[in-house]
Design a protein around this ligand. Structure first.
Ligand SMILES: C[S@@+](CC[C@H](N)C(=O)[O-])C[C@H]1O[C@@H](n2cnc3c(N)ncnc32)[C@H](O)[C@@H]1O
Length: 243
């Protein structure tokens, strides 16, 4: 169970970025199990160089930095490992307004100046820095199939040998729940950025085949019941060249 006070603390810096940014952060951190799973399962190691593809308004950074600060002064959930201290977080995001919200929110975390960076760019073209953890949460379906594959190839090339890709996708084979995810994501895309790109979704089997072809070893984590039931977190680690 994610402590409500942790969610409040992690979303608070968004007040400086406006009411929408603040309420959106609070609602997303509260209702999307992705963020709790990252911490509960210790999926991000200490001192990781993190690349966040399609970073939106920077919730991943706000969550990790907020959790680290909160953990020092509050009762941490007993079964969770201590939150990681990232070495750096680099977000790449297409929508300028979201980049601006992320930058404003992160200004509050003065101790991390220089370690957190949000770049307005297209993940199909922007160079990726060498990274220990690459996160792509609900973003790859916004680009076409060829671009998905090209992005994953570049992810593979940018990951440290012991690095990890955390890829959150909706399982296109999951019937009406997947269709609902697609409808919501399409609506959000239009409302927030006026883009009307067709979404390109794959079943979990198809994602696994692609990751296997790119020499990733993958474990899959379900997001539980309710609104996120069709979503899966694919935890993909590069298979060493020697194997
Ligand atoms: C559903 S949101 C998820 C945001 C963030 N990953 C999160 O979990 O809060 C998808 C984000 O991907 C961004 N996006 C879509 N296509 C992109 C591209 N080609 N390059 C960079 N960002 C992109 C959108 O602008 C949007 O902010």
């Amino acid at each position: 169970m994610v402590p409500s006070a942790l969610i409040d603390a992690a979303s608070l810096p968004y007040r400086a970025a406006g009411r929408f940014a603040w309420h959106f952060a609070s609602a997303k951190l509260r209702h999307d199990p992705f963020f709790g799973h990252l911490l509960a399962h210790g999926l991000i190691p200490d001192h990781a160089r993190i690349l966040d593809l399609g970073s939106g308004q920077g919730l991943l950074a706000a969550w990790l930095i907020g959790a680290h600060a909160w953990h020092r002064h509050n009762a941490w959930p007993e079964r969770w490992p201590a939150p990681p201290v990232p070495r750096s977080i680099h977000g790449i995001e297409l929508t300028e307004r979201d980049v601006s919200r992320a930058r404003i929110a992160m200004r509050g975390h003065t101790g991390y100046a220089g370690q957190i960076r949000f770049e307005c760019g297209d993940i199909r073209e922007t160079p990726y820095p060498q990274s220990d953890v690459i996160v792509a949460c609900d973003v790859l379906h916004y680009v076409d199939a060829a671009a998905q594959e090209a992005i994953l190839r570049r992810v593979r090339a940018s990951l440290a040998p012991d690095g990890v890709l955390l890829l959150r996708v909706s399982d296109a084979a999951d019937g009406f729940r997947a269709a609902l995810d697609r409808a919501i994501d399409f609506g959000v895309q239009v409302a927030r950025s006026r883009r009307t790109n067709r979404l390109t979704c794959r079943s979990i089997g198809q994602w696994l085949d692609l990751l296997d072809a790119l020499r990733f070893q993958v474990t899959t984590l379900s997001m539980g019941h309710g609104a996120h039931a069709a979503n899966r977190l694919l935890i993909a680690r590069p298979i060493p060249e020697s194997e």
